[in-house]
Design a protein around this ligand. Structure first.
Ligand code: 5GP
Ligand code: ZN
Length: 135
């Protein structure tokens, strides 16, 4: 399998997919384990693993395609809204190490929540953290 990567294999046509959009740069297809009807993945055809090892030019082009795909889904199915998700690293839930954007249609239909277990922030800690991270 190309790059030993399932999404490279899909991009190369070695593994089938339910394709919804393709151009020179990207491929978009339905996720085989959909969170909701129309849950799609948008991938660059060239292999990178995530946000940080992908060029700004490629990212800009891919996110423009994410917009096209999301617009198509929202218009066609339709849905009330959608989440765009992009996981980086196993610790963040990334299971396929080839850059991909999830487009997840939402319909307020009890399909479930994509939720973080947030707690109220400590304002002093947030202030210090922002100072540490600022650049
Ligand atoms: P991640 O957790 O890495 O952000 O998401 C990977 C996604 O790829 C999962 O939602 C999973 O269902 C999907 N996926 C994994 N293997 C395949 C496959 O062979 N075909 C398709 N269409 N989706 C896949
Ligand atoms: Zn790949």
């Amino acid at each position: 399998m190309k790059n030993n990567c399932v999404f490279c294999a899909i991009a190369a046509g070695e593994i089938p997919c339910f394709k919804i959009y393709e151009d020179d740069l990207v491929l978009a297809y339905l996720d085989i384990n959909p969170f909701s009807e129309g849950h799609a993945l948008v991938i660059p055809k060239a292999h990178t693993t995530g946000l940080l090892d992908t060029s700004d030019e490629t990212l800009a082009a891919v996110i423009a395609r994410v917009k096209k795909v999301a617009g198509r889904i929202q218009k066609t199915l339709p849905c009330d809204g959608f989440n765009v998700l992009q996981n980086n690293g196993a610790a963040a839930g990334q299971t396929v190490p080839h850059l991909h954007f999830h487009v997840v249609p939402r319909r307020g239909d009890g399909a479930g929540e994509i939720a973080f277990a947030n707690g109220k922030g400590d304002m002093d800690a947030l202030k210090a953290l922002a100072a540490k991270l600022a650049f």
